[in-house]
Ligand binder design. Structure first.
Ligand code: SIN
Length: 493
């Protein structure tokens, strides 16, 4: 038997087939599509291009595997997840390289993401053994009422490209811990990391059919997902991605009334009050904004700075941003990599051009880095942003910080909440009363108070308003994969 902490070279982690029923298989149609390195445009590998037939085969396998996996002991599921965790950790260096290769983030961030994803697997290994029910206080003689939690069944997990490992790990781990089986589809830009995870899950002892992954290009992927939406055997969809797609999934899954968890777009405000520690606020903003080059749902999209400290804060920030090292992940000093594709750069450039045409001042950046290739944009700080600018209402998803000026607390809160989104919000202040007031009033699922780095497997991640519903991570993260069954036993003495 292979020792449980086998380390693989990068080449051995690169798979090209779908993973269905414990086997690596081609797409039923035999077609493939290329996965490219966003830094260079070079093809890394070609993977199966799946459609509804492959989605159906994956669901068949997951539905067959469900009863036996549901009936395993929680401690048995926990043991499998712990082995999977050990394998991810042992291969974190190579997985980090793979993440950087297909997604573009700097190497230290790639490895960091592998460890971050692994932390969810360890967390849910433990949580598997803590799924409690209730014995309901007796209401009538001779009758016992209890509530038990059961896995919902087959779960479809649809994940984004910005965190190719962490986002799928934090869906698969709670699903398997709860006793569900999974059919998954990673984003078309970054399927390779998910396939490598499936390979390690198999080695960890996840039985055939319990975890199934299919890859698909955008066009065919739509037909695969449509099959899951219509299939009544798929009892839950968990999705991280854009709000329009989330709304589509909610509408289209209504026919079979699936349970849904949706982690959707954000438009996070970051407020700097005049009583803030400005250096700490700059540090926090750098950490929150430039993680993954600004391609993060929780990264600040609108930065509100109180008038009295506006110029000082803007100067400090612009100096730090101008010093960021923009380079491919292969450069160990890289701090900002390429954007995921040319479409992403188009959107960033459109937002910056629109802001400048409406009066924003470019303090640093504000341009494409065409000398590096079509997917590169310079880290940018814009002063004098106003609410009529596109970047005030839409998520830019890139390395652009617009600075808005405000005069008082009420105005800042009004502006921060003036969005249909409510994923993350941040603020910096040293006044304890203000901290309490502002934290209560911000409409967001996650609030950073004098802190820019919020991610943790122990904390509930998710939004309010049009940023979706459901929570990932924490003790609440299993709830989305469980349903409650009420048992009423009569005829007792
Ligand atoms: C995201 O916002 O895209 C996920 C990042 C995280 O887990 O912090």
């Amino acid at each position: 038997m292979t020792p449980m902490t086998t380390r693989y070279p990068l080449s051995a982690l690169i798979r090209s087939g779908n993973f269905i029923d414990g086997q690596w298989v081609s797409a039923a149609s035999g077609t493939r599509f290329a996965v490219t390195d966003p830094a260079t445009g070079k093809t890394i590998a070609e993977v199966a291009d799946s459609d509804a037939n492959d989605a159906r085969a994956a669901t068949d396998a997951a539905a067959r595997a469900f009863p036996a996996w549901r009936d395993t002991l929680p401690a048995e599921r926990a043991a499998v997840l712990r082995r999977w965790h050990a394998l991810i950790v042992a291969n974190a260096g190579e997985l980090g390289q793979l993440i950087s290769l297909e997604q573009g983030k700097p190497l230290h961030e790639g490895r960091g993401e592998a460890m971050y994803g692994a932390s969810y697997v360890a967390w849910f290994a433990d949580e598997a053994t803590r799924i409690y029910g209730d014995l309901i206080p007796q209401q009538q003689r001779g009758k016992r009422m209890s509530a038990v939690k059961e896995p919902v069944g087959v779960v479809a997990a649809i994940t984004p490209w910005n965190f190719p490992l962490a986002m799928i790990a934090r869906k698969i781990a709670p699903a398997l811990a709860a006793g569900c089986t999974v059919v998954g589809k990673p984003a078309e830009d970054t399927p390779l990391t998910a396939l490598a995870l499936a390979m390690l899950a198999h080695e960890a002892g996840v039985p055939p059919g319990v975890l199934n992954l299919i890859c698909a290009s955008r066009e065919r992927g739509v037909t695969a997902v449509a099959d899951w939406l219509a299939d009544s055997r798929v009892r839950k969809i968990t999705f991280t991605g854009s709000t329009p797609v989330g709304k589509h999934l909610a509408r289209e899954s209504a026919g079979t009334l699936k349970k849904l968890s949706l982690e959707l777009g954000g438009n996070a405000p970051f407020i700097v009050f005049d009583d803030a520690d400005l250096d700490a606020a700059v540090d926090g903003l750098m950490a929150a904004k430039f993680r993954n080059g600004g391609q993060t749902c929780v990264c600040p999209n609108r930065v509100y700075v109180q008038s009295g400290v506006f110029e000082r804060f803007a100067d400090k920030l612009a100096t730090r941003v101008a010093a960021l090292k923009v380079a491919p992940a292969t450069d160990p000093a890289a701090q900002i990599g390429p954007m995921i594709n040319a479409r992403a750069v188009e959107k960033i450039a459109r937002h910056v051009d629109d802001a400048v045409s409406r009066g924003a001042r470019v303090l640093t950046g504000g341009k494409r880095l065409a000398e590096l290739g079509p997917n590169w944009y310079a880290p940018t700080v814009l002063a004098d942003a106003t609410p009529d600018m596109q970047l005030s209402c839409e998520e830019t998803f890139g390395p652009v910080v617009p600075l808005f000026r405000f005069d008082d607390e009420a105005e800042a809160i009004r502006a921060a909440n003036d969005t249909p989104y409510g994923l993350a919000a941040y603020f910096y202040s040293q006044d304890v009363r203000r901290i309490d007031r502002v934290a209560r009033q911000l409409e967001a699922g996650i609030v950073g108070i004098n802190e820019g780095a919020l991610a943790s497997e122990a904390a509930p991640f998710g939004g309010v308003k049009e940023s979706g519903y459901g929570r990932e991570g924490s003790k609440y993260g299993l709830d989305d994969y469980l349903s409650i069954k009420y048992l009423c036993q009569g005829g007792l003495a």
